[in-house]
Ligand binder design. Sequence first.
Ligand SMILES: [Zn+2]
Length: 192
Amino acid sequence: MISAKEALKKLIEGNERFFSGNLENPNRCNIRRGELLGGQTPFAAILSCSDSRTPGEIVFDQGLGDLFVVRVAGNILAEEVIGSLAYAVNDLDVNLVIVMGHDHCGAVTAALNDDNKCIYVKSLIDKIKPLISSHNTIDDLEKITKRNVKNVVTQLKNLNVVFNNKISGGKLEIIGAYYDLETGKVDFYTDH
Ligand SMILES: [Zn+2]
């Protein structure tokens, strides 16, 4: 398995191809499909929003078997999400986890507006609401979205034991990211 650093480089390069319009669309053929029958070795895991405009395989210009993607509205954490990422890290030997938020996120907007239409949506936005203070407005959408990403990264980093101590061992990197719907560019928060 490639290192976290090498994996991040592949994602950055793939995203550059995507936002500049020089797509390779790799690993999407019948041959690749056949090669993967024996198992998968994705080089990174992505936790991102379910928003139809933010599919990891497309924005990073990857194909079948390349990315282990967990998608849930608002890219929040839940036990099942943690379990999915733990599987990617511990069983598939993934060394890089990206938590990717995006602008104009409906889940974060709903949290800011306290707009809970049903108990299931409520359970979702309840994960984001603690990050919002009483003076925040919809104008703070980007700020809260980025705060949510950083909060999820911090929570995951506190799960070192769940990830077989790969974080303290220097093997696993968990990095936040923010996708811009207009430009197609992903910014990575490699400084925290
Ligand atoms: Zn979203």
